[in-house]
Structures are given as structure tokens and as C-alpha cells.
Design a protein around this ligand. Structure first.
Ligand SMILES: C[S@@+](CC[C@H](N)C(=O)[O-])C[C@H]1O[C@@H](n2cnc3c(N)ncnc32)[C@H](O)[C@@H]1O
Length: 273
């Protein structure tokens, strides 16, 4: 494997890991060295823009435009997602909305690591199904991610049929998407788009919110962080959840071992105390 890729010394690996940590809070463990080499080989190699990792590192340090740093983050974050991933959470959201719609002054849902948009658009479809006319309840969705590339893709809201196949029933595709026969792409219909606002946001930075959220999906992202950062993020998020509101993690994730202000419901669903 090493023969195919430029050399990365342990010292250089530490420098890149430190930079990634300072930018995003993501910690790369030692066994991730080959992942880093593999992903950064997009920029570093004999026929690439940079011939050595050192040269690339220096250029990143000197980058004033922010473009290289943004590309660096984009290649190192894992953006795997799909529509209605872990359906039990969308069933929970629907039940919550049906109960909350008449008791809440407004409804805010947050997809806190939205990747390419499948999660917030699945929320928006759920909102539309549960409330029929979400505007009547001042119901909106915020979707954020640290990857600007993902935010652009999410905003575009266009998905090749191979991305939706198996995840969305025909009825949902018919009701909430437009199909382009030339490209085989499904694009999210305007009434669904209108429910979602996308924004770049690093979970480790301060949150500029002036309204509290009913439900926050923080799924399949805590995995990147050490306990200290996990605790910092979930406690900061707790400050922005309505009393009795919910934080939802990925099904394989939990708050075990962390100090927090939630009580576990079920299926990685936590209720603010
Ligand atoms: C695996 S995806 C999860 C997508 C979706 N929540 C799901 O469960 O299908 C993880 C996302 O977390 C984002 N991410 C990683 N570190 C982040 C940070 N510090 N702040 C905000 N988003 C971050 C990545 O860019 C990526 O899009």
C-alpha cells in the first residue's frame, strides 16, 4: 500500500491530525493514518498539485482564502447518509409533531450534521405529512454541517435514482420529488425545500440561535469526537432544546459515560430534563 502513495511520517501524521482537531474537533487515531494518506492523495502525489505531504501542509498553513482548508475538511469527513435512515426516529418525530402541534407556539427541528441533505428532507416530508400545512404551526427545519461541499449538495437537493432506490416508497417520490428522465435525477419539490434552511456550522463553535428547538437530530456524528468534546457539544445543544424536548442520536450511539441533562427514552432518543 505504501508503494502506491506518497510517504507520510508519524510526525507529519500528528501535524495533520492536530490541524484537523483544531479545525473540527475530529480526532484521528493512529490506525487512521492510511485513511488520511488515502484521502489526501487527492492533492498529494507525483502528478498532483503537491509532491509531498510537507509541501501540502505548509500550503494549508499559509492558505488565506480558506478554500484549501475547506477542501481539507471536506475530504476527511465521512458523509454517508440516506433518506429515512433509522426509520424509527422519523416515526418518533411524526408522533411528536402530532402531539405538539396544538400545544407549541412554534416548532423548530434541527438536523445538526445534515451531510448531503437526506436527513433534513426526510424530516421535512415527515413535517408535511404530520402537519399538512407546517406554516400554520410556524414549523421549520434548520440543517447544518461543517462541510461546505455537503451544504452545497444539500441545498441543490438533487439525487440520482440510485441514491433514493430502496429508501423512498414510490408514493413519496411521486408526492415530494420531481423526476428528470434525461438524467434519472430526483429533485426535492419546492414545498419540501421551503421547510428547510441550510447553514454551515461547526458543532464546536458557538451557536447563534434565538429560538429553542423541539427536536435535535445529532446522528452519526458524535463518533468523531472524544468524550470531552462529546460532553461539550451535547451540553451546549441542551441549552437550545425546549424543556421536555428531544435529542436523537444514531441508533448505535449513546450518552453512556457522559455528564448530561437528558433522560433516555428508547432507541437513542433522549429527553431534556
Ligand atoms: C455520517 S454523516 C451523518 C449524516 C446524518 N446525520 C445521518 O445520520 O445520516 C456525519 C456528518 O457530520 C459532519 N461533521 C463532522 N464534524 C462536524 C463538526 N465538528 N460540526 C458539524 N458537522 C460535523 C460531517 O461533515 C458529515 O456530513
Amino acid at each position: 500500500m505504501e508503494l502506491d502513495y506518497p510517504q507520510l511520517t508519524d510526525e507529519q501524521f500528528k501535524k495533520f491530525s492536530k490541524m484537523l482537531f483544531e479545525l473540527s474537533g475530529i480526532k484521528l487515531r493512529d490506525h487512521k493514518k492510511y485513511l488520511l494518506i488515502h484521502r489526501l492523495s487527492k492533492y498529494v502525489g507525483p502528478a498532483k498539485q503537491f509532491h509531498s505531504f510537507e509541501e501540502y501542509y505548509q500550503a494549508l498553513q499559509a492558505d488565506e482564502s480558506g478554500k484549501m482548508v475547506s477542501d481539507f475538511l471536506n475530504v476527511l469527513t465521512t458523509n454517508f447518509t440516506f433518506f429515512f435512515r433509522e426509520p424509527v426516529h422519523f416515526e418518533f418525530l411524526r408522533d411528536y409533531l402530532e402531539k405538539a402541534r396544538d400545544s407549541q407556539e412554534y416548532i423548530r427541528i434541527w438536523s445538526a450534521a445534515c451531510s448531503s441533505g437526506e436527513e433534513p428532507y426526510s424530516m421535512a416530508i415527515t413535517l408535511k405529512q404530520a402537519l399538512t400545512n407546517p406554516a400554520d404551526y410556524d414549523a421549520k427545519i434548520l440543517a447544518t454541517d461543517i462541510s461546505r461541499k455537503m451544504i452545497h449538495l444539500a441545498e441543490a437537493g438533487v439525487y440520482h435514482y440510485t441514491k433514493v432506490r430502496g429508501h423512498l416508497e414510490d408514493k413519496l417520490l411521486k408526492d415530494y420529488f420531481n423526476f428528470d428522465k434525461e438524467t434519472n435525477d430526483f429533485s426535492v419539490a419546492q414545498p419540501i425545500r421551503d421547510l428547510v434552511s441550510f447553514r454551515y456550522m461547526n458543532l464546536l463553535e458557538s451557536f447563534p440561535f434565538n429560538k429553542l428547538f423541539d427536536v435535535v437530530f445529532l446522528r452519526n456524528v458524535l463518533i468523531y469526537f472524544e468524550n470531552k468534546e462529546k460532553e461539550y457539544i451535547i451540553n451546549k445543544i441542551a441549552n437550545y432544546i425546549k424543556p421536555g424536548g428531544y435529542l436523537i442520536l444514531g441508533l448505535s450511539e449513546s450518552l453512556v459515560g457522559l455528564q448530561h441533562r437528558f433522560k433516555i427514552n428508547r432507541n437513542s432518543i433522549y429527553q431534556k430534563l
